[in-house]
Design a protein around this ligand. Structure first.
Ligand code: PLP
Length: 407
């Protein structure tokens, strides 16, 4: 059954499943079970001893979840993958796996708000420290490397500023200092960027976002380069901390993921059109989109990403008050955190996803009170542009009136 195809578009539809073994069922069966019956007591003994492969208990593996793990491993060009109950369960599992008390983690300048929270907690409780680095040159990175540094944790594009980290540069430095690289690839999805191809050791996703793509599941995935190491992770941190994915969530993600490539192409196309429109609006100050030639790291983005993806950040003229007025004026675009859904979503990072980060830190990361993050959905771009346009008009009218009153 294997080797009949070579392309990712086919992998998301077929990998890891043979319908002839399942009564011809075209849809992958949902093994909604907590445990598995053994034929004999001896078989149970052999499975626990690892002498015979097979199912034991769903926290140690489940056939429906396994199909998803095989698909994501192949999509990311990795050896093996593990599925988790949330993106944060995948983040915490890999950090627990790689660190011990006294170690240091080097992080890209911006990271997901809850990853920041986790690192703060690890520092406080276990003395596992971290520092942030813009990672623009080798020298700059090396200035933050200490004898106790064990890994480099990277997000690219960075949420929500859309800064790009050069994965080739990170690999060069990591090689020199014997450090593991973890990349949070949520923003690009495995269709647009494959960090393992650039030398990363682990790549993780909040599958809640593009991979599932339908806004109805919270889940995480972790892919590794080394099958033995991943098996070790499965039988230690994943088994004993226990942040596993439910079979039903895996089933929904398998269904959502079949259209990943089609969706990502359209998300990227729509985003390009929205960027062009936003550039024409006098109320927009700065636009951050990796595949826009004005992006300072456009060349690096082109080198490591296939397309720009669906996320755009932009600064509106005026501060938080105007940003909030604008969001409230939107009619079609929903005010919501998360991203990668069919629906276009907008959020205000300073007061929402990144509100736990102290304002001074936030400003350093470029997350100002004027910044808005837009996740382009799959609607027709004309309708989205019309919605943005009418909201900008309302903002203009409202603020012109207030200004007039103040004179
Ligand atoms: C959403 C997100 C996470 C966390 O994932 P959950 O599925 O919400 O736990 C981590 N990293 C990035 C970049 C995200 O967008």
């Amino acid at each position: 059954m294997e080797n009949k195809y070579s392309k990712k578009e086919t992998v998301v539809v077929h990998k890891g499943y043979d319908s002839s073994q399942h009564h011809g069922s075209l849809s992958i069966p949902l093994y909604q079970t907590s445990t598995f019956a053994f034929d004999t007591a001896e078989q149970g003994e052999r499975r626990f001893a690892g002498e015979e492969s097979g199912n034991i208990y769903s926290r140690l593996g489940n056939p429906t979840v396994r199909v998803l793990e095989e698909r994501i491993a192949e999509l990311e060009n990795g050896q093996s993958a593990l599925a988790f109950g949330s993106g944060m369960a995948a983040v915490s599992a890999i950090l627990i796996h790689l660190t011990k008390t006294g170690d240091h983690i080097l992080c890209s300048r911006g990271i997901y708000g809850c990853t920041f929270g986790l690192l703060e907690m690890m520092q406080e409780k276990y003395n596992i420290t971290h520092s942030f680095n813009a990672m623009s040159t080798e020298q700059e990175m090396e200035a933050s490397i200490r004898p106790e540094t064990v890994c480099i944790y990277v997000e690219t594009p960075i949420n929500p500023t859309m800064e790009i980290v050069d994965l080739e540069l990170v690999y060069k430095v990591a090689q020199k200092h014997g450090l593991k690289i973890i990349v949070d690839n949520t923003f690009s999805s495995p269709y647009l960027q494959n960090p393992l191809d650039f030398g990363a050791d682990y790549v993780l996703h909040s599958a809640t976002k593009y991979i599932n793509g339908h806004g109805d599941v919270v889940a995480g995935l972790l892919v590794g380069q080394d099958a033995e190491d991943m098996m070790n992770l499965r039988m230690t941190v994943q088994k004993d901390v226990g942040g596993i994915m439910s079979p039903f969530d895996a089933w929904l993600i398998i269904r959502g993921m079949k259209t990943l490539h089609v969706r990502m192409d359209r998300h990227s196309e729509n985003a390009q059109k929205l960027v062009t429109y936003l550039q024409s609006s006098s109320l927009v100050k700065n636009i951050f989109y990796p595949f826009d030639p004005s992006h300072p790291q456009y060349e690096i983005a082109k080198k490591q990403m296939k397309a720009g993806g669906g996320l755009i950040s932009f600064e509106i003229q005026g501060g938080k008050e105007m940003a909030q007025y604008f969001m409230n004026a939107l009619q079609l675009i929903k005010i919501a955190v998360s991203l990668g859904d069919a629906e276009t979503l907008i959020q205000h990072p300073a007061s929402m996803t990144h509100s736990v980060i102290p304002e001074s830190e936030r400003e350093k990361m470029g997350i100002t009170n004027s910044l808005l993050r837009l996740s382009s959905g799959l609607e027709h771009p004309d309708d989205l542009i019309a919605d943005l346009k009418q909201a900008f008009t309302k903002v203009e009218t409202h603020f012109a009136k207030t200004m007039y009153k103040n004179i």
